[in-house]
Design a protein around this ligand. Structure first.
Ligand code: CMC
Length: 434
């Protein structure tokens, strides 16, 4: 446990006439948890918590969320201020190293990212092996795993210097992989990284430049990309970050853990929701449904339809990231002169849902994914790249958690228990007797 946790009181659990006193652990923001680590050893009983709704899997000093008040802070800094004043590279440094970088530190970090942006040339051939219809999340995850084959020194027990180098490599090269996978999917020549460009400009250039004509990088778009990546950079123990920590706990490399995190993020209930929101809006428009008809389908449990981009496990009031993006959406669309009927549709759905008893009683509010897709669409980022954009933003968070767990020195493999509900002991019968 980190040194910033305090044990103040205890909770008593009475089981089969036996009492166990469990310490109550309190974090720096007053969140409390019952430490049940001795429960099974002392009583033979375990806890059961589907979806880990009530389970703290670790202590962490990286990100604080208050879901009731709509607070999100990275290393103590409010998301609103970071989104307005900072850059993605600076936020990545903050999350991974625990403090805002001074000029020298930030320059060194940025230079590292610039220097390590190229992929090993042999890796380029791997892209040709994927069908043109391959989802870029599948490519990103496989390529991250493949990247590890070029750095065997990162396996086993990497030194502190090696860990720092792997962090830089992953942050820089995954951006190149993401852009290359897009270029491959549309059959355009790869645009290699350009060392004269900053992190987000370099990404835009690799995505949208072609060798035949100049590509002007719009500073307003660079600013929005920075903001989007900052807003996605960490979110404490979400599904993909917990996956990264789980894989780290087995001693697997940073590349293996991040590759697994990318796969976990892909699902529509997690990072895949941004693509699902756009698909949903397109579907509503194509069907000619009005908001009420569509929301009626969502509320009918038999349909299994969810209002994508709504609801959150932690935020039960509002998602502060959605609030920022709702505003940015307006700014970006008007700056680019884009008028998108899907934005009007999203606004209408939001307004209708926020006064509907079904959503109100379940505390369902727009989340970060509700508006991000509309912005990506306005920036000409294709729909199946939306979740890749989320992944690029989340990399610093995954790396920060991987490092925090590794640096804690605690070597405890994540290995939950279960309550077995299958058949009792049976005798094997040979096939002719079945
Ligand atoms: N549309 C309709 N009903 C919903 C929705 C939704 N988007 N979200 C939750 N509900 C209902 C759900 O059916 C359940 O109703 P009931 O109590 O009648 O059974 C109740 O609300 C609680 O839902 P839950 O699934 O138990 O809540 P959860 O905390 O396990 O799930 C969630 C959180 C984000 C997976 C869920 O709200 C959801 O599926 N949202 C849509 C997908 C989405 O936008 N995901 C992006 C999340 S933000 C980015 C990220 O961090 O990945």
């Amino acid at each position: 446990m980190s040194s910033n946790t305090e044990t103040k009181t205890s909770a008593s659990i009475n089981i089969d006439g036996k009492q166990l006193d469990c310490p109550i652990v309190e974090g720096t923001e007053g969140e409390r948890a019952i430490d049940i680590s001795k429960l099974r050893a002392e009583t033979g009983i375990i806890t059961l918590d589907n979806g880990f709704v009530n389970t703290g899997s670790c202590t962490s000093a990286i990100t604080f969320i208050d879901g009731e008040k709509g607070i999100l802070r990275y290393r103590g800094y409010g998301i609103e201020e970071l989104a307005e004043k900072s850059t993605f590279v600076e936020v990545a440094y903050l999350l991974i190293n625990g403090k805002l970088a001074n000029k020298t530190e930030l320059d060194a970090f940025s230079q590292g990212l610039t220097k390590h942006s190229l992929l090993h040339e042999d890796m380029i051939h791997l892209f040709s092996g994927f069908p043109s219809t391959a989802h870029p999340m599948a490519i990103l995850s496989s390529m991250t795993s493949s990247l590890s084959t070029y750095y065997p020194e990162s396996h086993d027990t990497p030194s502190d210097e090696q860990v720092d180098l792997d962090i830089i490599r992953i942050l820089s090269k995954l951006r190149t992989i993401a852009a290359f996978s897009y270029k491959k999917s549309i059959g355009q020549p790869l645009i290699y990284p350009d060392n004269s460009l900053t992190y987000c400009s370099n990404f835009l250039n690799m995505m949208f430049a072609v060798p035949t004509e100049p590509y002007e990088i719009d500073p307003d778009i660079v600013k929005v990309i920075n903001q989007l990546l900052i807003l996605h950079a960490d979110h404490e123990q979400n599904c993909s970050t917990s996956t990264v920590r789980t894989v780290q706990s087995s001693g697997a490399s940073m590349y293996a853990a991040v590759s697994a995190g990318i796969s976990a993020l892909w699902g529509p209930l997690h990072g895949g929701a941004n693509q699902a929101v756009l698909d949903m809006l397109e579907g509503i428009r194509a069907s000619g449904d009005d908001y009420k008809t569509f929301l009626g389908k969502v509320k009918d449990k038999k349909t299994n339809i969810r209002l994508m981009g709504f609801g959150h496990r932690v935020y039960k009031n509002f998602d502060p990231r959605a609030k920022i993006l709702r505003q940015s959406c307006d700014t970006v669309l008007s700056k680019l002169g884009v008028s998108d009927p899907l934005l009007d549709l999203a606004r209408g759905l939001e307004e209708e849902a926020l006064k509907d008893e079904y959503f109100v009683s379940r505390n369902l509010y727009p989340n970060v994914d509700f508006y991000s897709g509309i912005i990506y669409k306005a920036l000409n980022i294709p729909v199946d790249m939306f979740t890749v954009m989320f992944a690029l933003g989340r990399i610093p968070g995954w790396l920060a958690h991987w490092k925090e767990q590794r640096d804690s020195g605690v070597k405890k493999i994540f290995r939950p228990r279960q309550i077995y509900t299958g058949a009792n002991e049976q005798n094997y019968t040979t096939i002719d007797q079945r």
